[in-house]
Ligand binder design. Structure first.
Ligand SMILES: C[S@@+](CC[C@H](N)C(=O)[O-])C[C@H]1O[C@@H](n2cnc3c(N)ncnc32)[C@H](O)[C@@H]1O
Length: 273
């Protein structure tokens, strides 16, 4: 799911539609193999071959497998809160023969069960927004070893003149959406040095995410035909896709790679690691 999709977890119908639309997609947000590789290349200089890696909000695990493939001696903890994604990621990890090196478990990104200074690399594609980018950058900094690298992707405005329909849709789902410059500023504010960033190409929204989702939506119309609550939820998913089809110039995802520098200073003024 992207930031634009607000999930009504108290509404069983909305949850059923969400599970039907999202279950078993190749991935759960914009991104693709070449973007993961490109971000890894930015990180590569200082991440050791036997790196310990944490993939936060791994979803069904597409980028987890890419990380393991690119770093054949790394060990990876992959966590997600949603039990069905954890199960699917475990299944894919086993099928790829990576069970020895990748541990998939259920965990909340707000309270990660790891010791400080544990990781050479923390990865988070399309999910830092869940706790807020600034909060995430501060909370995860202590988990990195000195000089460790954080890579995350985040939805951003690419232009400041979006059409009203688009602005309203995204402001409703993700009022804190900012721009690339703001992400860079947060990185520095939170005690990291920017290594590099790039905006994901449009293909990264379509190939492994929106196109499979659109096929799924089409196949569900007959299942839900006539049920207005379910059709409303389905139409909202389609609307997000249609808006991107019309207005991809106005917003996108930035992939940011940053190195932990001085410990971030929390409000109390004491270092966090
Ligand atoms: C946009 S998806 C990204 C998934 C994956 N990184 C990808 O790109 O395919 C966001 C993910 O965050 C997970 N998530 C939501 N809240 C979470 C939390 N509090 N802690 C951990 N994971 C969470 C969701 O289950 C979902 O898998």
């Amino acid at each position: 799911m992207t930031e634009a999709q607000t999930l009504d977890t108290d509404n069983p119908k909305a949850m059923e539609v969400f599970d039907d639309v999202h279950g078993n997609l190749p991935r759960e947000g914009p991104g693709n193999r070449s973007c993961t590789q490109r971000a890894l290349t930015l990180a590569a200089d200082t991440v050791p071959p036997d790196a310990r890696v944490l993939d936060i909000a791994c979803g069904p695990g597409m980028q987890t497998l890419d990380l393991a493939t690119r770093w054949p001696s790394a060990t990876i903890d992959a966590v997600d809160r949603h039990p069905s994604y954890v199960a699917e990621a475990k299944r894919r990890v086993a099928a790829a023969g990576f069970s020895e090196r990748i541990e998939v478990s259920r965990a909340n990104m707000r309270a990660l069960p790891f010791e400080p200074l544990s990781f050479d690399l923390i990865w988070c594609e399309g999910a830092a927004y869940i706790m807020g980018v600034e909060e995430a950058l501060l909370a995860w900094h202590p988990l990195l070893k000195r000089g460790g690298v954080l890579a995350f992707s985040e939805a951003v405005w690419l232009r400041d003149d979006p059409p009203a329909d688009l602005r309203d849709f995204w402001t409703d789902g993700y009022p804190d959406m900012s721009d690339v410059e703001h992400c860079r500023e947060l990185v520095v504010k939170c005690g990291y040095r920017l290594v590099g960033d790039f905006v994901l190409p449009e293909a990264a929204w379509w190939d492994d995410y929106y196109l499979p989702m659109e096929e799924r939506i089409k196949s569900l119309v007959s299942k839900y035909g006539g049920a207005s609550l379910s059709m409303h939820a389905l139409n909202e998913c389609q609307r997000e896709i249609d808006l991107y089809r019309s207005f991809a110039d106005f917003y996108g995802y930035v992939f940011v790679v940053a190195r932990a520098g001085e410990p971030a200073m929390p409000v109390s003024g004491r270092p966090t690691n």
